[in-house]
Design a protein around this ligand. Structure first.
Ligand SMILES: NC(=O)c1ccc[n+]([C@@H]2O[C@H](COP(=O)([O-])OP(=O)(O)OC[C@H]3O[C@@H](n4cnc5c(N)ncnc54)[C@H](O)[C@@H]3O)[C@@H](O)[C@H]2O)c1
Length: 372
């Protein structure tokens, strides 16, 4: 049996999903691998002690450097606001730790690149939290595209649209460019861009429009509106190596869209469509079907697919969801750590997505195409 000890840096919203993700590994995959979260670092003593009790973590500290230097901790999991990813992640790699870091990798491309360079020189095992890659229907889409099932890819549509970010949503770090990098584009669009790279290939050129509809927001508990200087909606067009064209949108002001991380990949032999609002279904159209039977069919995720052992019952459509993608992600990371193999998406992928984000923002500012 292998046991791996984990230290969390940051105990906010996404920390809950990581705790469930680590905790479910033995339930989903058998008791031979476990990852125990031993400690959580937060910004202050009060926040740290509260996070430890909410998350069920035995130790806490308000100094992340203590966690990173603790020889008993093998994996550092960075879950702070985006501008605070770089320092703990680099310090952890310099101490020889394996590092998981939430997406986007950093608030600037320069920081993301530095993190990737340290990972490369230290040969660190790293993972950036593009967890939707491990929703089984998404993994299946990747396998079908890679095996040529829908032919040569011509057109990709990849979106991440939600509807919580209207003018009544309070100001947090997410609405400040220096802390978040950008707005909907970094928060949601980073996942949509990762989908394009993961499913089809690397962008070579981008053109985008980043729009701010809510220039001021009131912080929680405050009364005075402060500046919100990030995009609430970004739309981009990308040329991909291999010739395909992609459209990407990210928005938190799309009324009625709850977690519409969706994509459609159209090839010369067929089309695939997925939406995270229906995570156990992959829609598949094959031009090879008899003319009288043509139409989209729904493929239901089940035990015969990758990650099928994560199903609690052996029926297709009994389903997995967001937190299960976290368990699959943590388990694959631990597997890579044990076997000494590459883990993806790594800090390299995190840096590439940050590079694309910065090019889209540049394109929007200058009203021009930007080469990558
Ligand atoms: N993959 C996903 O699905 C997903 C979902 C949500 C958030 N995220 C990413 O996770 C990161 C965190 O997002 P969140 O929603 O949990 O934010 P959050 O604001 O809820 O939590 C961040 C926590 O970090 C703490 N923190 C601040 N400074 C700290 C310091 N110096 N040391 C330790 N802790 C400190 C804050 O007090 C807060 O509790 C972001 O990068 C975000 O983009 C990813």
């Amino acid at each position: 049996m292998s046991r791996h000890s984990v230290g969390l840096i940051g105990g906010g919203q996404v920390a809950r999903a990581h705790i469930v993700g680590f905790g479910n590994i033995p339930l989903f995959y058998g008791p031979l691998q476990t990852a125990e979260v031993k400690t959580v670092a937060e910004a202050t003593d009060a926040l740290a002690s509260d996070a430890a009790s909410r998350l069920g973590v035995p130790h806490w500290t308000s100094d992340w450097k203590q966690v990173v230097s603790d020889p008993a901790i093998e994996i550092i999991d960075v879950l702070t606001p985006t501008y605070l990813h770089k320092d703990p992640a680099i310090a952890a790699m310099e101490k020889g730790k394996a590092v998981i870091c939430e997406k986007p990798l950093a608030a600037t491309e320069a920081d993301a690149r530095e993190m990737y360079e340290v990972a490369k020189s230290r040969k660190a095992t790293t993972l950036v939290g593009f967890n939707y890659r491990r929703v089984p229907a998404v993994t299946l889409a990747k396998e079908m595209i890679a095996s040529g099932r829908i032919g040569r890819i011509q057109h990709v549509r990849s979106h991440f649209m939600e509807d919580w970010g209207g003018p009544n949503f309070p100001l947090t770090w997410r609405f400040q460019a220096e802390k978040a990098g950008a707005g909907a584009l970094t928060d949601l669009g980073s996942h949509a861009l990762d989908m394009v790279r993961y499913l089809v290939g690397e962008p070579t050129e981008v053109c985008g429009v980043a729009a701010n509809f809510v220039p001021e927001r009131v912080p929680s508990g405050g009364s005075k509106p402060l500046r919100s200087d990030v995009d609430d909606l970004t739309v981009a067009i990308l040329r991909l190596d291999g010739g395909a064209v992609a459209e990407v949108s990210a928005s938190w002001v799309s009324l009625g869209r709850k977690v519409q991380l969706d994509f459609e990949v159209q090839g010369t032999e067929g089309t695939l469509y997925f939406s995270m609002e229906r995570p156990n279904e992959l829609n598949f159209y094959s031009a090879g079907d008899p003319k009288t039977e043509q139409g989209f069919r729904q493929v239901y995720f089940g035990p015969s697919h990758k990650y099928g052992s994560s199903l609690l019952f052996s029926s297709a459509t009994m389903g997995t969801g967001y937190v299960d993608s976290m368990t699959n992600q943590m388990r694959d990371f631990i597997d890579a750590l044990e076997k000494g193999t590459e883990c993806a998406p790594s800090f390299y992928d995190g840096w590439r997505v940050s590079r694309i984000i910065s090019a889209i923002l540049e394109s929007s500012r200058n009203k021009s195409w930007v080469a990558l």
